[in-house]
Design a binder for this molecule. Structure first.
Ligand code: XMP
Length: 533
């Protein structure tokens, strides 16, 4: 196993993900776990290496951000990334300075010497015979003096020590981020470390994750009851299947129809979970309650908070009911929170994470919920969640459904939410999705639904003039949104074929009375987000 110590970088989980991609088991823990903890973690002899993450802080800002000494006393390989490299330098007698020039983003690094970590790994070789790497850098400080025993491994003109190595002790530091895809050889470098230098066994697969997760859930929950808010989206579905695998009927899924679901969604979800999975599912029709609470509210954050709050209220009420009919107490609220949700809600350990949107399943929860949170997908990225779902035996068409946000159409109706708007949006959206499934990309043989990561329709509460038959119309506008992404943290708008857009537009305008104009959103994330609110 590999231990990743987190100094609070937003991309720490990406390191974990890369290690998992190399089929090696790893765990992420905060950097201040302490020496005794590190020693006991290593006591079973399975710990093969430690990776120290980056951080958003500067080494000078926070004295608690130091690597536990025990990390260097175990005699196992250590890799420090960015801040992690400063932590190594600091711990072993090197020097770290606030650098004059901040480097953000793309950089070219010259790989030096013959270190075990970078030997033979390069993007190209210069005329002088230097191996060069395309990397992603993000830092302000830099190492100015290497600790004794280290040799120079990489450099850039503005950062003469961009990498350092002690092959003897197998301790390495890199200033750049091998875990992000912009560092083209990043995967090779991390694989070299984990498999080559640490000699960790590449025997970890998703099925193992299921087994580990099942055990962890059983340990956490004991014989207490769990309720889970099933939205029908990929995340809550996979969480439900995983928890159901772990504790069977101790799990009750609560499917809340908040009146902001897609067309026929409710029946489909019930059919899938109660019918096929044989899970306990309670269906609650709370649409009037939600729409009532949302009346007159147009601020996106306020809407999210209301929906989050009402969810919790409905859960509490359901929990109370279940408690009356069960002998055991409902003590847990399970949610399909995945890693990008945690990051974007500023809920990660990073002290500097910024709240971009409060996802209702993380940020909107009141402190005194009265239920403990069970979030078994918290460390996973979307594509890993899907892989997990398939490994759990869920049907691929369910697992490869586009994600649907907890607040549902509530964040796809701009401004105030009204039932009339939701009804129009549902019908328009169903047409868009149906045509995405119908249209195949001849180049790949895949439908455009499968070729996009998320696609939906947004309701704009503005009216525009149109002409239909020989009458004038004055109706609402919708925007179509389709994006391609692998991690939902960045996304490109999809270049849908004109024929598809044309068909969708004409069907929506002809079939959905009340909408007379269809637009297509050509914004990428960043700077836009995927949802409009
Ligand atoms: P954004 O709009 O932040 O969306 O680029 C990224 C992904 O997150 C989904 N999303 C949500 N999911 N509750 C959820 O469960 C929310 O409040 C929420 N807001 C956005 C969005 O659909 C996309 O997949």
């Amino acid at each position: 196993k590999i231990l990743i110590l987190d100094f609070g970088s937003q991309v720490t989980q990406l390191i974990a993900r890369r290690v998992r991609e190399a089929h090696v088991y790893c765990e992420v823990h905060p950097c201040d776990v302490g020496d005794d903890w590190v020693r006991s973690f290593a006591a079973d002899g399975r710990l093969k290496g430690v990776i120290l993450s980056g951080s958003h802080a500067s080494l000078w800002e926070d004295e608690t951000l130091r690597a536990p000494r025990a990390v260097f006393e175990l005699g196992i390989p250590v890799l420090g990334i960015c801040f992690g490299m400063y932590a190594i330098a600091e711990a072993l007698g090197g020097k770290v300075d606030s650098s004059q020039k901040r480097e953000f983003g793309y950089a070219e690094v010259r790989a030096r010497g013959h270190t075990r970590l970078l030997d033979g790994i390069q993007d190209y070789v210069t005329a002088e015979g230097h191996g060069m790497l395309h990397v992603w850098m993000s830092h302000g400080d830099k190492v100015t003096e290497m600790p004794a025993g280290f040799k120079l491994m990489a450099s850039t003109p503005s950062c003469p020590i961009a990498g350092m190595a002690d092959d003897e002790r197998r301790i390495y530091g890199v200033q750049f981020h091998p875990e992000v895809t912009h560092t083209s050889q990043g995967r090779a470098i991390l694989e070299r470390f984990v498999l080559g230098i640490c000699q960790a066994q590449p025997d970890w697969i998703m099925r193992d994750h299921i087994e580990e997760a099942v055990q962890a859930i059983r340990r956490q929950v004991g014989d207490e009851e769990v309720i889970l808010g099933l939205s029908g989206g990929v995340d809550s579905s996979v969480a439900a299947a995983l928890i159901h695998r772990a504790i069977g009927d101790q799990l009750t899924c609560v499917f809340v129809d908040h009146g902001l679901l897609r067309l026929n969604e409710g029946d489909m979800v019930m059919d899938m979970f109660a019918g096929k999975l044989h899970a306990k599912v309670v269906r609650v029709d709370a649409s009037e309650l939600f729409l009532g609470q949302l009346a007159g509210v147009s601020d996106p954050e306020a809407k999210r908070k209301i929906i989050g709050r009402e969810f919790v209220e409905v859960f509490k009420a359901e929990a109370a009911k279940i408690k009356q009919t069960h002998s055991r107490q409902v003590a847990w609220l399970a949610q399909g929170t995945i890693y990008p949700d945690v990051i974007e809600s500023g809920g990660a350990k990073s002290k500097k994470a910024v709240t971009i949107k409060s996802h209702h399943n993380v940020g909107g929860l009141p402190e005194q919920l009265g239920l403990k949170l069970l979030e078994p997908l918290r460390d996973l990225f979307k594509d890993e969640v899907r892989e997990l779902g398939v490994a759990l035996g869920l049907p691929p068409e369910m697992v490869y459904r586009h994600p649907f946000p907890g607040p549902g159409l509530g964040v796809r109706i701009l401004g105030e939410v009204k039932k009339e708007y939701a009804d129009l949006l549902r019908r328009a959206d169903a047409i868009f999705i149906e045509e995405l499934r119908n249209f195949e990309d001849p180049q790949t043989g895949k439908s455009w639904y499968d070729q996009t990561s998320q696609a939906f329709t947004v309701f704009l509460p503005v009216k525009s003039v149109g002409v239909m038959g020989d009458g004038r119309t004055y109706d609402y506008v919708v925007a179509l949104r389709a994006v391609q992404t692998s991690d939902f943290m960045t996304a490109d708008w999809a270049e849908l074929p004109y024929a598809l857009l044309k068909k969708v537009s004409s069907r929506i305008i002809n079939e959905v009375r009340g909408i007379n104009r269809v637009t297509y959103d050509v914004s990428s994330k960043p700077p836009a987000t995927i949802e409009w609110e």
